[in-house]
Design a protein around this ligand. Structure first.
Ligand SMILES: Cc1cc2nc3c(=O)[nH]c(=O)nc-3n(C[C@H](O)[C@H](O)[C@H](O)COP(=O)(O)O)c2cc1C
Length: 413
């Protein structure tokens, strides 16, 4: 039995605080013993008595109140007692505190003192959620190995609509129960599985640039981060990686062969050049759909504005599908405004790729020019939703699906 039994629930001061009571009940129903720790702000929303009644245990609120019989080392004791520290709802403020390593209240001090697995379920106003400060705090916490249960989308208590609503109780409980705390082997950091050993993964990344004149170009806002995250993850999982990279400002990933290109035409040539070596092709680049028919050799002048005629660029995925070896897998990317699964599936069918990763670029903070991503991994038979997380996490989940495809198994939910 590896499911956690002792869950310390940290409750912060947000409107979703009332949902923490339901969380306590559901965790108990699934066999966990729950203790609750509240921030000062959380007490403004609900009294500790609610949680004391539900848990049958005292609720921890302060480092400084010491009623008779209570030890002064409460934070250490609870930190050691817990197998999982779940913070729900986690406010923007608490995420910032944890990310910075501050220890100015009982919950943040317990966080620093514990060796328990940490699960964070944020809830806040959509603009707070999308703020660069919150994004960067979440990235730091995710890099530490904490599980972030991303909030859902919908009508928020502040009257706005968007991301920020506390995730469903079931999703949070599931994330807690997935922490295999009683299994020492799984709680230690594990080296990545070498499940791509023997594969040569050809990845395209970045945004192509199509020249207009000697100094200008048509470009796009792709940062290249998704393709680079895939390259890094594939290499860690034992693959040889060839990265065909259009413009990015990113550091070249270690031990990957990098082929810098600029235009769609150059990317096409580089991909076809290396295709015979590839066993998996992942087309993560944002390739311009158009190029300028007549590129000016000098710099155009503002007093004589040109009419620019565009023509379609070469379809790299189609060429790859035509020329590849039968066993080579081809995964394309579709960045769309909205998640239109049927449209993406038709595109998959038309192009003959084995799978497509569809991501919704209309959501702020996700996809294009962002550090996080979310989307749907689609094959002809199945669709797997990959929840919002860092691009490195999404890269690994995409590679999981590719490994399943390679093994010839149905893509599992
Ligand atoms: C009515 C009200 C609702 C709030 N809801 C949220 C919320 O949902 N998420 C959030 O991050 N902050 C929210 N805040 C702000 C936090 O309460 C504030 O940042 C506080 O310092 C959080 O402290 P804590 O993280 O120690 O609990 C809300 C504030 C008020 C007054």
């Amino acid at each position: 039995m590896s499911e956690p039994r002792r869950v310390l629930l940290g409750v912060c001061g947000g409107v979703a605080v009332y949902k923490a009571a339901e969380l306590v009940r559901e965790l108990q129903r699934r066999g966990a013993v729950v203790r609750v720790m509240m921030t000062r702000a959380a007490e403004e929303f609900v009294r500790p008595l609610t949680f004391a009644a539900l848990t049958g245990h005292k609720v921890y609120t302060s480092m400084w109140d010491l009623p008779a019989g209570q030890t002064a080392m409460e934070h250490i004791e609870q930190a050691q007692w817990a197998e999982v520290l779940l913070i729900a709802p986690a406010t923007a403020h608490t995420l910032a505190r944890l990310s910075a390593g501050l220890a100015d209240d009982l919950l943040s001090t317990t966080y620093l003192a514990t060796q328990a697995r940490v699960v964070l379920a944020p809830a806040m106003n959509v603009n707070m959620w999308n703020h660069a400060a919150t994004r960067s705090n979440l990235e730091t916490l995710e890099r530490r190995g904490h599980r972030i249960v991303a909030p859902g989308s919908g009508y928020l208590a502040c009257g706005m609509t968007g991301d920020g609503r506390l995730a469903e109780t079931e999703a949070i409980v599931q994330a807690v129960l997935e922490q295999s705390v009683l299994n020492p082997a799984s709680s230690a950091p594990q080296p990545p599985a070498q499940d791509l050993a023997g594969e040569t993964v050809l990845i395209t990344a970045g945004g192509t640039r199509e020249p207009i004149d000697a100094v200008r170009f048509i470009g796009n806002r792709s940062s290249g981060r998704m393709g680079y995250a895939l390259a890094e993850a594939a290499r860690c999982r034992g693959a040889r990686v060839i990265l065909v990279s259009a413009a990015t400002a990113l550091r070249v990933p270690e031990e990957c062969e990098v082929m810098p290109v600029e235009t769609a035409e150059e990317m096409h040539a580089a991909v076809l050049d290396r295709l015979p070596q590839a066993t998996i092709v992942i087309k993560a680049a944002a390739v311009s759909d158009f190029r300028v028919r007549q590129v000016a050799v000098t710099k155009l002048h503002r007093d004589d504005p040109p009419k620019i005629e565009l023509q379609p660029t070469v379809d790299i995925v189609r060429s790859v599908v035509e020329k590849k070896a039968p066993e080579t897998l081809v995964i394309s990317f579709a960045a769309e405004m909205g998640l239109d699964v049927e449209r993406a599936r038709k595109k998959l069918l038309r192009k003959g790729a084995d799978a497509v990763f569809l991501n919704d670029i209309s959501r702020p903070g996700v996809g294009f020019d962002a550090s996080r991503n979310a989307g749907v991994f689609l094959t002809m038979e199945a669709e797997v939703r990959l929840p919002e997380s860092s691009k490195s996490e999404v890269a690994n989940r995409i590679l999981d699906q590719i490994v399943l495809l390679r093994a010839g198994r149905a893509v599992a939910q």
